[in-house]
Design a protein around this ligand. Sequence first.
Ligand code: KG4
Ligand code: ZN
Length: 342
Amino acid sequence: MSEAVVLGIESTCDETAAAVVRGRELLSNVVASSMNEHARYGGVIPEIASRAHAEAFVPVVSQALSDARMELADVDAIAVSAGPGLAGCLAVGVSGAKALAWAAGKPLYGINHVIGHIAVTQLQFGDFPEGTLALIVSGGHTSLLHVRDVARQVDVVGSTLDDAAGECFDKIARILGFPYPGGPHIDRHAQTGNPKAIRVPQGLTQGRAGAEHPYDFSFSGVKTAVARWVEEQEDAGRPVPIDDVCASLADSVASVLSRKALDACELYGSHSLIVGGGFSANSQLRAKLAQEGAERGVQVRIPEVKLCTDNGAMVAMLGSNLVQAGVRPSPAGFSIDSVMPL
Ligand code: KG4
Ligand code: ZN
């Protein structure tokens, strides 16, 4: 079945999303976010996010079907993110998807959200180049992956040893007084700052840890260094140059992500790099990858921002790949896995 119609459902964090694809064509893509409800707490509150999923599930799925001019009976399969993510949030999406699949007699695929971020790029760029590398960066994950077969085998080349890149930005944003999620605020302020104003370390670039983990990342030291520098300015009664702090931070994080991803491409002989996850909306990262990718002969595939952040299209697209590859649906009793490995 090469042109299967798949309904994808996403609820790993604070977005309730659903989309319909036919083969590799996106027919609808609906996202409801509870982000504003978390802003005043400085981060996602799982209980609030889970309740928001329970409220949004039916309206979002109905909207996705009606935008695609379909009924549930018209879809060939349903896919849902089964992990990694917040357990309570996953439970709402997976329970809802199981109920739909059971009632309508449709096969159901519990998919890995991180691989969904890779799969979605096919909607914009088409087939994967063979053995491509992928960089997935968001508030929850920072992973370098080798894509042998998106439906069956994706291997980890490197990942963060502590904070994810988006998490690092969100934590520093909080220190600088920006609301959650702070990543986009740092991006905006960085555009008018001096990226060389402050020395921000690049995690795991060299030395013992660097040699052991050539393709891993570490962002907790970056966070500590920036926090300490800001504190010193405040203690000394000096104004904090917000734009310069943001520009220096963004330059450091974008540089290490770009360099390690392109080094890994070289190691694997890949002339392409797939990029996804909410942090790939970051302008400094997009600019660095575009420039350094061109210099090093690597085609960088970063989709438009609405496909980078969490959405239903990524789930539906991976579901479509699984159907096409002839992978068996998940068993009726499959479980969520909040720390699902690849
Ligand atoms: O993929 P995503 O929507 O959700 C997770 O799975 O985490 O990513 C959200 C993360 C947040 O940490 C947010 O601050 C960050 O992506 N983010 C950005 C930008 N847009 C979103 N970080 C830096 N610059 C941006 N423009
Ligand atoms: Zn994500």
